[in-house]
Design a protein around this ligand. Sequence first.
Ligand SMILES: *[C@@H]1O[C@H](CO)[C@@H](O)[C@H](O)[C@H]1NC(C)=O
Length: 243
Amino acid sequence: MCRDAFVAFALFLILFCDATSSECTQQGPCICTLSDGYYNLSALADQLPLEDTLGDYTIYFHPCTNVKIKTQSNIMCANESKLSVCIFDKQKNLTQSFGTIEETTMKLPKGNKYPIFELHHNNITLQIDIICLPNSNGTNFKIDKGNKFPPSSSNQYRFFLISPYGCKESYKGLSTGSVLLILFFTVTGIYFIGGIVTLRILRGATGWEMLPNHDFWSNLPLLVRDGIVFTFNCCRADSYERI
Ligand SMILES: *[C@@H]1O[C@H](CO)[C@@H](O)[C@H](O)[C@H]1NC(C)=O
């Protein structure tokens, strides 16, 4: 009976650790952490803006920080304002801001293998899929071919950031969850094995008597049952007593 309680508790701990691992918590413009690792694209902040062209339109993307972006025609994007994404219309020789770091969130959508950058700029939504490419010596930025320009005709844009910095880094050492689990099993192990050995040697206990605090452990299922009955009766312990 008490072994069942322990199995249940251990399962709860494992499920709890697993549930917390699916969320990538944003720690900075280009860092988000999971329970078993983290993504850190901060190195891209020190590099020149990335760019890709589709038809007459070129998109410039500088992850992690806002910078002044110079287009291919040597004009500064959006009147020299600092930004993260710029769109350049070659035909009209026009530039426009497409988003800043303040408008960017980094997150890991459910079921996604890699995180994304999501930008909400005015009524435009940009999604930049981060794709891990280990051991590549550069970062690539690609416009999804399904995008429709100019911006007025659509509000949704999709891009790809293919980079060695898009790969998940593991923590050196153990996560908090693992440490807690190991601690829990070690302490329980010492308690039961140590207790059994001690009682056996000091008191010559046999069978169930060797279990440390065996009165408490054998009463635990009853205590738990009483607790559940008490809770479901919504605190009417007195009426339970009176019967
Ligand atoms: C993220 O990467 C940058 C640049 O490589 C580095 O300076 C920084 O320490 C890293 N941060 C974390 C939390 O690993």
